[in-house]
Design a protein. Structure first.
Length: 312
């Protein structure tokens, strides 16, 4: 696990340090959603012990690009490396421009569930090696157990100890580039997967924003410069959440970031785009770790609008 994470990290940070844009990472830093992979695996085999069959099961996921993918894509031209001048103003190194960027994709918990559904032979192979029974009829029970494990704080501690997740601490004023965007607002996380959209959940019930399925402790960043106007720590509804008021080209917008595990700002704080305002979690009415983002054109009364119209 650590070896795969290290290899992944070295690649993403290498591109960032070379001046490339790296979407899906925080200034080149990204972590595999190990909580998703291990939750699924432990729901199948409760007694994990680092066996060869467990390692091979993870390798099968990795082979299918499930743990992570890094895609090289073409984008608008930008400065990869600034020109360097000596003390006399002479150019020592010419400016370098490029149209290449890298896009990092880390699988969500739903991606892992879909992989199990679509790869029964791999699951059967794993179960045969572990000497446990399996049939596809068991998938619903496996997923139910995996969801409980995925939301467990025990996994958070285990993965922190292993050094394969964000460390759960916040340095005041930290600013991240969460990746390229074409709208007026930046994304609140480097992750782009959306597990629930606006204005309704898949079951038809009302949903006031969009959800990014991210592991607990993932940095949540301000979508634009603004003033923090609400900070609440509830045990219901939005859980621990923050609301920021923005002036976007003369228009007032509000962004709301919900279900966090930790908050890093207070009412009255002035924040910059990309500044870490919280760490993701699953507080309040939540079924698993994620970052919920709402965009509003009015706070009183509350008028929710489609976040994607402002992100891209």
């Amino acid at each position: 696990m650590q070896d795969v994470q290290t290899e992944f990290q070295e690649e993403t940070q290498g591109y960032y340090e070379d001046g490339y844009k790296v979407d899906g990472a925080y200034n080149g830093v990204a972590y595999i959603n190990w909580q998703g992979a291990l939750s699924i695996m432990q729901a199948i085999q409760p007694s994990l012990d680092g066996s060869n069959s467990e390692i091979n099961f993870l390798k099968a996921m990795e082979k299918d690009g499930l743990l992570y993918k890094i895609d090289k894509v073409t984008t608008s031209e930008y400065v990869q490396k600034e020109a360097v001048y000596d003390d006399d103003g002479n150019v020592v190194q010419e400016e370098v421009r490029t149209t290449t960027k890298y896009v990092v994709t880390v699988s969500s918990f739903d991606d892992y569930k879909n992989w199990v559904t679509n790869n029964p032979d791999e699951v059967q192979k794993f179960c045969d090696k572990e000497d446990i029974s399996y049939s596809t009829d068991m998938n619903d029970t496996i997923f139910e157990n995996a969801e409980t494990l995925y939301a467990s704080p025990d996994f958070d501690m285990l993965l922190k100890d292993a050094g394969v997740v964000f460390n759960g601490s916040i340095t005041a004023g930290t600013i991240y580039d969460t990746g390229e965007h074409s709208g007026e607002l930046a994304y609140p996380t480097s992750y782009r997967n959306i597990s629930a959209g606006f204005p309704k959940y898949s079951d038809g019930t009302e949903h006031t924003g969009i959800d990014f399925p991210v592991p607990t402790g993932t940095p949540v960043c301000a979508c634009a410069d603004g003033e923090v106007v609400v900070v609440k720590e509830l045990t219901y509804s939005y859980g621990k959440y923050v609301v920021i008021k923005h002036n976007i080209n003369g228009t007032t917008l509000y962004t709301l970031y919900a279900h966090n595990s930790q908050l890093a700002v207070k009412v009255g704080d002035q924040v910059k785009q990309g500044q870490v305002i919280a760490l993701s979690g699953s507080t309040g009415n939540s079924t698993g770790p994620h970052c919920h983002l709402s965009v509003l054109t009015s706070w009183t009364p509350q008028v929710y609008v489609q976040p994607l119209d402002y992100l891209s």
